[in-house]
Design a protein. Sequence first.
Length: 177
Amino acid sequence: MENTAKKTKIIYEGDVYAGSFYLFIGVCGVLTAASFYFFTERLGFFYLSIGLSIFSIYMLGKGAVMIYLYFSRYRFYKNHDQLSREEIKDERRYTRWRVLKKKKNRRRYIYTILFGCLIAFMGIFHREKGLIGATCIPIVLMAMIEFGVGLLTEFRLTEYLKHLHKLSELFNIKIKD
């Protein structure tokens, strides 16, 4: 069970790093939006600066919430040398919920990417290509980042869930799913 406490810390530390990545992307989005707003005069870039501003607010908020939530869980498990039966049960239930949520969202992000790229491509042939492109670019960008980070997180959580499942069988811990 000592190995499980170490793996639990690593999982939540990785989630804090993912939150930091979202904060970094949000800051880059703010800088890009500000540069488009102040240093360009084309209407399409003005629209894009608005879309990137909203995208940046989302990324900054998501990063801050992730860091807050997962750092508090990391801090809770930081001083643990081993997990109790109740903690294993709670971690298994919580991790299973997170994996199922990631799988459900993965499909949504793929559809969003495909649909957004299709609309952006069709917008090239429209009179309002600046508005259409500026609307689709932040949405597709957000979906691509969420898909990539979510996929990496899902792989980590799936392996951790397998470890928790083996541990539950080893210690005969029954969980009602």
